[in-house]
Design a protein. Structure first.
Length: 589
């Protein structure tokens, strides 16, 4: 009975998720703070500041828009120049939360109780100092831009006592640099009246893979080897057991080997019969842990003590391998080092596509870049990874288009569970507000994104937490980065569909795979008939006949000696009078 109830719950969640997804696609007009501004197109412009009246700092305010839901008030503001909102500027917001000019600080005709200066990463409420966490402030994008989104809680607790904004507020933006711009310049600020209409749904996501055949990717910065810290292990265990990843790209594991990381994952997600966790890593901190064989790995040079790594993964029952880059460029103010490393990553991918370097790729190989990118400065760094626009071509070679069809890589753009944001890094104790630092980028010519999210357990309902064995504080205890999940289908591969349908239908298996020495081939013969087993290379050239003759119907087992073949990838072909079945085999030493 318990099984039936749980199954019903899962079915109900799936149906609700699908309905919400359909509704969001067709009716979504709510604001999501994600660094993209298409959702603001349906919102009125409350003020359009005059162009050219900015001061010497370069800040010249433009359009200002405001929106609210039940929990937050949102602002969109154009600043007229490319800046980093959380550093090196004097832009401030002033909010009269009770629409009363006689309370708060008097400025240009409003009485501002709430003041926040973005470049200083601090502000005040009625004169008392506040930080972003005191007012639930979220901004986007984290990279430099000429337009920003800002969210502030409607009810906040600056000194432990709840304060709620009134139904009507007034606000203005001011560049506090010498002769800085003011928007609006007219007396009285912008007046905004809260809407208390129906709460529109957040973007949907699925905890379970949309299809069993999907490949689930997890990117996770585990904060200074926290994956091995005793008091954080229960939270990591619950998170991984809820996510059930197929491939994991870990960052910030410095003091433990990839083998130790795989053993730790095994303790949390035990392997079934004929399963294992494969592993590889590169100093100083990037590791790949995979349910599928990792056939090659190589470091990608880093700046100073940072570094990145590339791994070639043999995916199940398909002729296409995946090039997985696990990246962790340097943080914070090191824009130059970060740009150098993304240039080096793209140089590595360009050469791999040209069948050069330590991991030459076959045409059409899947390409994926995951990791904590630390994109908190120049927005050009993300564009380098997406478009192949290399900054230092003299050192790292010419620009190129990263995908096989001449297009850019695609940003998975996950939203954070339970909140209208897309942050993947969250630390209330930091001077910086939560932001999007972690990414999954992929080749759209051969991968289709089915589902993605950043797991934020505080945003989940009690029902969801119970359903998936999680606790509200889990991701906060585990790391300052959230687990980033993405599910993919391999597309545009006729051979792949044959492998999946035919090989699985007769349970054609090779154990071990990768094979070394004696290996066992097992399958269920559909009828009593003549069969043949051949080994071919990836181009279809026959290398050997492993068996030919009559076999009865039912389970069969054949042994072959893989040591007589060179290291590499091969195709096992089983022929019967009814059909031909395929299975990819890797041979190692």
């Amino acid at each position: 009975m318990t099984f039936q109830i749980n199954t019903l719950k899962q079915l109900t969640l799936t149906v609700i998720s699908f309905l919400l997804f359909s509704f969001c696609l067709n009716a979504q007009s709510r604001i999501l703070v994600d660094g993209f501004f298409e959702d603001w197109a349906t919102q009125p412009v409350l003020h359009n500041d005059a162009s050219g009246d900015g001061g010497g700092s370069g800040v010249d305010f433009g359009k200002i828009q405001v929106y609210n839901d039940r929990n937050f008030v949102f602002f969109s503001v154009e600043v007229g120049n490319t800046i980093n909102l959380q550093d090196n500027n004097d832009v401030a917001i002033y909010i009269d939360i009770d629409n009363n000019t006689n309370t708060g600080s008097s400025i240009n005709g409003i009485g501002a109780e709430l003041i926040y200066t973005f470049g200083d990463r601090s502000g005040s409420y009625n004169g008392a100092r506040i930080r972003h966490a005191d007012i639930g402030m979220i901004t986007a994008p984290t990279t430099s831009s000429d337009r920003f989104e800002i969210a502030i809680k409607r009810t906040f607790s600056p000194d432990g006592i709840d304060v709620t904004m009134g139904s009507t507020i007034k606000a203005l933006f001011k560049d506090n640099a010498s002769n800085g711009d003011l928007a609006p310049s007219a007396i009285g600020g912008i007046t905004y009246t809260m809407s208390e209409g129906q709460q529109l749904p957040l973007p949907s996501y699925s905890f379970n893979k949309p299809a069993k055949s999907d490949i689930r990717i997890l990117s996770y910065n585990v904060e200074r080897d926290g994956f091995f810290t005793e008091n954080r292990l229960p939270s990591y265990t619950r998170a991984l057991q809820a996510i059930q990843p197929d491939i994991i790209g870990f960052q910030e594991i410095y003091d433990n080997t990839s083998q130790q990381v795989a053993a730790q994952v095994e303790s949390m997600l035990p392997s079934a019969a004929n399963e294992q966790w494969y592993y590889a890593g590169a100093e100083p901190d990037c590791h790949a842990i995979s349910r599928y064989p990792i056939t090659k790995s190589a470091p990608i040079a880093g700046a100073n003590s940072s570094g990145n790594a590339a791994f070639l993964i043999d995916l199940p029952d398909t002729e296409k391998d995946m090039l997985l880059v696990v990246a962790h460029p340097p943080c914070c103010t090191n824009d130059a080092g970060r740009q150098t490393e993304v240039d080096q990553i793209m140089q590595f991918i360009r050469e791999a596509k040209e069948r050069k370097g330590p991991i030459p790729l076959e045409e059409g190989a899947l390409i994926m870049i995951v990791g904590d990118m630390n994109f908190v400065g120049d927005g050009a760094q993300l564009q380098t990874l997406l478009s192949g626009d290399i900054s230092d071509e003299a050192l790292y070679g010419p620009d190129f288009t990263p995908d096989w069809d001449g297009s850019n890589l695609i940003d998975s753009k996950p939203y954070t569970t339970g909140v209208p944001f897309s942050y993947s890094w969250y630390s209330e104790s930091s001077a910086f507000s939560p932001g999007r630092l972690d990414y999954v980028l992929y080749s759209g010519s051969n991968l289709e994104l089915d589902n993605t999210y950043s797991l934020f357990t505080p945003g989940m309902s009690s029902f969801e937490l119970t359903q998936y064995g999680l606790q509200s504080s889990d991701v906060l205890i585990a790391s300052d980065h959230l687990p980033l999940v993405a599910d993919f289908t391999i597309k545009n591969s006729s051979t792949n569909s044959i492998y999946r349908a035919d090989a699985n239908s007769i349970k054609l298996q090779v154990l071990p795979n990768p094979a070394f020495g004696k290996a066992n081939i097992s399958f269920t013969n559909p009828t009593t008939n003549a069969v043949s087993l051949q080994l071919t290379d990836l181009s279809g050239r026959e290398l050997g006949v492993l068996y030919t003759g009559n076999l009865s119907s039912g389970k069969q087992a054949i042994t072959f000696d893989s040591s007589i073949y060179s290291i590499g990838s091969y195709i096992l072909t089983l022929r019967t009078p009814e059909a031909v079945y395929y299975k990819k085999v890797n041979i190692v030493r």
